[in-house]
Design a protein around this ligand. Structure first.
Ligand code: CTP
Length: 422
């Protein structure tokens, strides 16, 4: 059955999303996901399990979605045959997905409307698990997750943090904004490959600050959003991710190890340490080229009768060039970013050659572009002469293109092992 025939509508119609909600305290966060989905133009049918309704009632789901809500296979059989909900969907997202729901989905049970929907859906399916750490780590859950992923479903890694009550650990439902972003990517691409499974990637993000005295620094306007998008998308594609974050104010991406740093020297130390066993290093951080030559231990005071003191600068190491010239691991790929204000491609090509990296993501910046924004547009230049244009769109889309290009260039495992030995 083709998608058009199965859905009964053609591309261009409002995309139809089924939001499955299973019974966990995080069900209330699905309201925020639902709001994001409807506000961005999706027609959402909410299918809560019976136990989900203990946490958030039917009236809330139906008011927020603008659609009727049913939980049982035998509700409204004449109007909404249960098989049609799954067949008509362009995406099914289950958030939160409890250990029990994952188990039932993995085993193909069909004992309520949500599991029936999962069996009849032929569109991409996303699960956003939430449960206690022990339940997530249990071999049964891990095998169920592996089964679902093998069949093509996207299972998002849970976040680490406060769980119900005083417990903390891995098992928290990722931020609704993050789940929404995954849904958007899955709908755009059909699925998310797990082509970085078993790989360690290091991403630097944010902007360094070079202290002048205890209260002042030289800094830049980088928000870190592009680096965080790279980290999030790499986690989703199966990588182990180390995110070296310089002065960012963003929520930790679920599943990434975050190493906070302040200065260029600290960022260099953290990146080189993590790069030792990394398959890829992506330098998305805006690293200061210069630092104040001297640090004043006490606050610099102005003197009315004197000229302002000159600001002497010292050069920071170019981490990207250093990593590219002397790869900590044989076969390692190195990716750089270049923010340019004019003559973008020419400067980008020259920079790629100068830095010696494998890929350089070049984007144009100015007063109102790129920095701090949600969207980005860029060209990715390859040392092999390739040139990939990435149209204006979410930073996640640019991140996915970077990972596509990286995955295509990574040495195969056998090849890598022989390089390691040799
Ligand atoms: N970079 C780095 N170490 C530095 C400066 C920059 O690793 N000390 C990296 C950035 O993370 C980015 C790339 O180099 O990936 C490009 O940075 P950019 O500042 O645009 O390049 P520069 O070499 O500083 O060139 P320009 O003369 O345009 O400032």
């Amino acid at each position: 059955m083709t998608r058009e025939a199965g859905n009964g509508h053609t591309a261009g119609d409002t995309p139809r999303v089924v939001l499955g909600v299973s019974g966990g305290i995080a069900a209330y966060k699905a309201c925020e996901l639902l709001r994001r989905l409807t506000e961005s133009g999706h027609d959402v049918t909410v299918v809560p399990t019976d136990s989900a309704l203990h946490f958030v009632g039917e009236a809330t789901w139906s008011a927020l979605s603008g659609n009727p809500v049913s939980t049982r296979v035998w509700d409204d059989v004449h109007e909404v045959p249960h098989v049609r909900i799954g067949q008509h969907a362009d995406l099914v997202v289950v958030a939160p997905a409890t250990a029990d729901l994952l188990a039932r989905a993995a085993h193909g049970l069909a004992d309520d409307l949500l599991t029936n929907t999962l069996l009849t859906a032929r569109c991409p399916v996303v699960f956003a698990p939430a449960m206690h750490t022990e339940m997530w780590e249990h071999a049964a859950t891990q095998e169920n997750v592996a089964t679902l992923r093998r069949r093509g479903a996207v299972v998002i890694e849970p976040a680490v943090g406060r769980l119900t009550g005083v417990d903390t650990g891995k098992g928290r439902l990722p931020d609704p904004a993050e789940i929404f972003e995954v849904c958007r990517r899955v709908m755009a691409r059909g699925t998310l490959p797990r082509d970085l499974e078993g790989r360690h990637v290091v991403v630097s993000a944010g902007g360094t600050r070079e202290p002048l005295d205890p209260v002042r620094y030289l800094g830049n306007r980088s928000s870190g959003k592009q680096g965080y998008a790279l980290a999030r998308t790499a986690v989703a594609r199966g990588a182990r991710v180390t995110l070296v974050a310089a002065n960012t104010a963003l929520a930790d991406p679920a599943g990434a190890d975050v190493v906070p740093v302040g200065t260029a020297a600290q960022l260099r130390e953290a990146v080189l340490k993590a790069a030792g066993d990394a398959d890829v290093v992506v330098m998305a951080a805006a690293v200061a080229d210069f630092r104040p030559a001297a640090y004043a231990a006490a606050k610099i005071k102005k003197k009315d009768d004197e000229e302002p003191p000159p600001l002497a600068l010292a050069r920071n190491t170019d981490i990207l060039a250093e990593l590219s010239a002397d790869r900590p691991r044989p076969g390692q790929l190195v990716v750089g970013f270049a923010a340019e204000t004019d003559d973008v491609l020419a400067h980008g090509r020259a920079k790629l050659a100068r830095k010696g990296c494998d890929l350089l993501v070049v984007n144009e910046v100015g007063e109102n572009t790129a920095f701090g924004r949600e969207d980005n547009e860029a060209v990715v230049l390859g040392a092999d002469g390739s040139e990939t244009a990435v149209p204006f769109g979410p930073k996640e889309a640019l991140a996915d293109t970077v990972w596509d290009l990286v995955a295509a260039r990574l040495p195969g495992r056998a090849e890598r092992n022989s390089t390691d030995r040799g």
